[in-house]
Design a protein around this ligand. Structure first.
Ligand code: AMP
Ligand code: MG
Length: 653
């Protein structure tokens, strides 16, 4: 059984001098030995300094003499003057494999924009494929992982034979080999270079790490490198997108929860996952709308004998109305057979009563009745078989009443997502603690937990995480264990302590879908997804400023929760309102907090700004009923005048 013969060539001045340990090369050897990427074995390993000649010499030997299938060079691909690996590789290869470079670059850019500084070269020489990966342990592993899916096939094509096709589990068992342990170690001792050594028979776990899913089973230490404060980008490397785009992206990742059946009384606040039809009509009989007398309309106005009374709840057949007589009737009572109109008591007079004064014997109709007057015909509110509630409807009080009306005892609803709320910041304390110097109380968690409570969304308090990658990693894991949506606040600005994105990408393999939105407040709002323990998790990284956090929650979190809960209407309600005073526009589209007031006689509600809109000023949010959606400032339009109509998103609905 043969696999891909791999050579790992680490290019590093310091490692070759023995001043540093080649952790990246060791890690790759380890990964390949475990057959986690493809079936193969490391047959050559060497560490050379950043010198074109020495790199070339080793590559030529491995290609031409050793017939190594795949050579991975590690390091020397950057922008430093001594980074010359690509130059050496270019001189050796006969044909370029540019698609591999594109793939490596595209995927790496999703992890970090700094990948653009790497200069990968991939290509073929004789029967060897040579690829260059960066020198960092993390970067090198990522790049090899990106290429791995194509490598076996590339080698097959290159060698014109099936050296590397993955054998099935069954085949391997037939050969008496346990899958995953099918590697053989070759013992080559050909090199006389001081730092060349080979995988010996025994397998060393150099780092004591298992890398398959560091986010789940790692040792707890974050792999995010956030130490380079001087070299951090001074502008966000993420493109700025619009609120509309951001909303679309967030919603495109929302998957409806599974369905479940609940007793009707427990279904309040859930969203129907089935249409509800009426199995009987309402009213189930022609019913009187008034207290009065059931009559024949053709008898016109004038005297009637009173033949008895029909009260709500009595049987419809208890009486019959014939010409010249009537039946006293109550609202909601069944109209007796024969009668085709009800005359309200206000339009009648008493003519004759019994001696004891307890029974009406005869009355007079003052106004001629018309046919059908004051009768709700059978099924006039709800027809039999009518769809009364559609799938996707939120069950509120009237909907619950409708379910009761049609006698539904159990309903199928969509399960709701659970949201974990995590605050980040070294400065934060729980509200009950004695405030220490330089600290503030965490308000965001309480705000967001309350917002979710108000909207009937299950929520988990994931605590406060300090601004340190390893602490944050632990907090994120704990939160993701309990929820499908994670909302964090803070740690997404441009400070060196804003570590959410690096930790998400490095430790969770998360994909950052956006990290800058053209809006105020809320510019650094970040949205990421990752696979965690086999489940897709959605992560909304909201800015730490209290107003930014709640504004962005209203714009992104609530629609997301609505969609995952099965709602067909997920967007916030928007109405037109009239500005009470002139507002100076911001360069970014602003979500301006306002209270609304209805003035009788006016066509539109009037919006009053809550004042100073500093995004730290939670007071500007207190008692706000709407977010005014103001356009960005332009050369022509620097402010919006009093009395202008603007869009307002209603809060608290
Ligand atoms: P950050 O987004 O982490 O840079 O934080 C921006 C601002 O919001 C800073 O002034 C923080 O102190 C403040 N802040 C962050 N998180 C919270 C929180 N949970 N409660 C109150 N203020 C916060
Ligand atoms: Mg912070």
């Amino acid at each position: 059984m043969s696999g891909i013969k791999v050579g790992i060539l680490t290019v590093s001045d310091r490692c070759s001098r023995g001043e540093a340990e080649d952790t990246a090369g060791a890690n790759l050897k380890d990964l390949i030995a475990k057959n986690t990427l493809f079936r193969g074995q490391v047959v050559e390993y060497c560490c050379v300094p950043d010198e074109v000649d020495q790199i070339k010499e080793m590559l030529l030997k491995w290609c031409d003499e050793k017939k190594v299938n795949l050579i991975v060079t590690v390091g020397g691909t950057g922008a430093a003057p001594r980074d010359v690996t690509p130059e050496a590789v270019k001189e050796v290869i006969e044909r370029e494999a540019s698609g591999m470079c594109i793939n490596m670059m595209t995927q790496s850019l999703k992890v970090t924009p700094l990948a653009m500084l790497s200069r990968p070269v991939c290509g073929y020489r004789l029967e060897s494929l040579i690829v260059t990966v960066p020198g960092s342990r993390k970067g090198s592993e990522e790049c090899v992982r990106f290429l791995a899916p194509a490598i076996p096939h590339a080698i097959d094509l290159l060698t014109g034979q099936k050296t590397s096709v993955e054998k099935t589990h069954v085949q391997l068992q037939a050969e008496g080999v346990k899958a995953g342990h099918a590697h053989h170690h070759h013992h080559h001792h050909s090199s006389h270079q001081p730092h060349c050594h080979f995988n010996r028979g025994h397998h060393h776990h150099h780092q004591g790490h298992h890398h398959h899913h560091a986010n789940e089973s790692g040792n707890g230490e974050s792999k995010a490198d956030v130490t380079a404060v001087c070299r951090r980008p001074r502008k966000s490397p993420y493109p700025m997108i619009s609120v509309t785009q951001a909303t679309e992206i967030v919603l495109s990742h929302a998957e409806k929860g599974s369905t479940r059946t609940l007793p009707m009384l427990e279904a309040l606040g859930f969203v129907l996952a089935e249409d509800i039809f009426a199995k009987d009509p309402l009213p189930p009989f022609p019913a009187s709308i008034k207290d009065g007398y059931a009559v024949l309309s053709q008898d016109g106005a004038g005297a009637r004998k009173v033949g008895g009374d029909a009260t709500a709840g009595c049987g419809p057949e208890d009486h019959t109305v014939t010409s010249g007589m009537c039946i006293r009737i109550n609202t909601g009572a069944p109209v007796p057979p024969g009668a085709d109109a009800v005359v309200q008591v206000e339009d009648t007079e008493l003519v004759k009563e019994s001696d004891d004064g307890k029974t009406e014997l005869e009355i007079k109709i003052l106004k001629a009745p018309s046919a059908g007057q004051d009768i709700r015909p059978l099924g006039c509110d709800i027809a039999v078989g009518e769809k009364i509630l559609a799938s996707g409807t939120l069950l509120g009080p009237p909907e619950m009443g409708l379910l009761a009306t049609v006698g539904v005892t159990h309903v199928t609803v969509t399960s709701k997502p659970t949201v974990a709320v995590l605050s980040t910041g070294n400065e934060l304390q729980e509200p009950g603690e004695q405030l220490r110097e330089g600290h503030i109380r965490d308000s965001n968690k309480t705000t967001l937990v309350s917002l979710l409570h108000q909207h009937n969304i299950p929520v988990v308090d994931a605590g406060i995480a300090k601004d340190d990658p390893t602490t944050l990693l632990a907090a994120l894991r704990k939160a993701l264990d309990q929820a499908s949506i994670l909302v964090t606040t803070g740690s997404v600005s441009m400070g060196e302590r804003d570590i959410l994105r690096p930790v998400l990408t490095s430790d969770f393999g998360a994909e950052i879908h956006f990290a800058q939105v053209f809006m105020k407040p809320g510019k650094p709002t970040t949205f990421a997804t990752c696979l965690y323990k086999g489940e897709k998790k959605l992560i909304l990284g909201l800015p730490g400023n209290p107003v930014s956090a709640i504004v962005t929650s209203n714009l992104y979190l609530l629609p997301l929760c609505r969609k995952m809960s099965g709602r067909s209407a997920v967007e916030n309600t928007c109405i037109k309102v009239k500005l009470a005073s002139t507002i100076v526009l911001d360069p970014r589209p602003e979500y301006h907090r306002a209270t609304l007031c209805w003035i009788p006689g006016e066509d539109f509600a009037v919006a009053y700004s809550t004042g100073n809109q500093l995004s730290s000023r939670l007071l500007s949010m207190a008692s706000a009923q709407a977010l005014l959606r103001l356009p960005p400032r332009t050369e022509q339009t620097k402010s919006i005048a009093e009395g202008t109509l603007v869009d307002a998103l209603l809060l608290g609905m």
